[in-house]
Design a protein around this ligand. Sequence first.
Ligand SMILES: Cc1ncc(COP(=O)(O)O)c(C=O)c1O
Length: 400
Amino acid sequence: MAFLADALSRVKPSATIAVAQKARDLKAKGRDVIGLGAGEPDFDTPDNVKDAAKAAIDRGETKYTPVSGIPELRKAIAEKFKRENGLDYKPEQTIVGTGGKQILFNAFMATLNPGDEVIIPAPYWVSYPEMVSICGGTPVFVETKQENNFKLTADELESVITPKTKWFIFNSPSNPTGAAYTHDELKVLTDVLLKHDHVWTLTDDMYEHLTFGDFKFATPVEVEPKLYDRTLTMNGVSKAYAMTGWRIGYAAGPLALIKAMDMIQGQQTSGASSIAQWAALEALNGPQDFVAKNKAIFEGRRDLVVSMLNQATGLVCPKPEGAFYVYPSCAGLIGKTAPSGKVIETDEDFVTELLEAEGVAVVHGSAFGLGPNFRISYATSEDLLEEACKRIQRFCAACR
Ligand SMILES: Cc1ncc(COP(=O)(O)O)c(C=O)c1O
């Protein structure tokens, strides 16, 4: 349509939302569908957080807030970074946005000029390239390898840095693979970044609290303090506190960047929801037992899913350190014929045939920039996961 902006031609709709819709459509037609596409915890927001929101309403905290967030929350964010990550940020170096999504978007808006390159390791969260494109930048993809558990190597990072590189996006634990970098694995990358003064790092730490066993989370500035002046550390309450609908994300970084992001947000949405900000304050400062409890639940589900998928003919599923996703390869099924008679040529064919034959909705890896794989979100009950994995095993065995 000629009326629409040219920028729209560079944007793809979200494949994860499309899969969820397809699953809903089939369900509406009476099909028994198990949806493993959703990127959100299946738990309810903790009661102490809900109560804080109700109290905020009753106190009349229902007016516009400062653009970058209420002072109480910015102070709590600065304290969180000190307490959990050993990072020193003043409250004025923090900003609260309407979800982590807005933080990322505003960071790109505030910094990208046409021709600027943004390095995005693949597979990636579907929104990164689209946000970069909307803001006029150029996404530069660098593929990781399944045999390296989808973690970027120093050489791979070095190979895509150019004089035009503005940002390197780092996401650990990762959506879609669940892979998380240890301190030493990250140090290898920060050593490369140290050599390139003009490259900034945008670290998306959204899944920080979802790591398993004795894995210890690490974030770039903690590993290499010399990157402090050129790193934006983003985080949020959506995944850790089951608060996806409240829409609160936050970041800390150099003051000049935070101020630029504040200016954009001031002309865009202004401050995030006042009520949700008071709820987020309670999430950060209140009891943290909710996080530990859910981590243990997710870990049990991960072990179940990884084990069952590795018993399916033709699938290979690495065991990730965090988040609530697995990213198995379906390379062993490419070229085979599905029960419908269709030859599976791509990972998209695989997920389409799986949905048709067994009513299990997953997202094809090519949507995340690396295949042939698919993403399973295990943010659903163990019973449903077991049933879904049985169906996947049956489907794989039926492909000839
Ligand atoms: C890697 C990653 N970053 C950021 C976000 C956005 O989170 P929010 O709900 O806070 O906007 C998501 C949500 O799916 C995500 O998976």
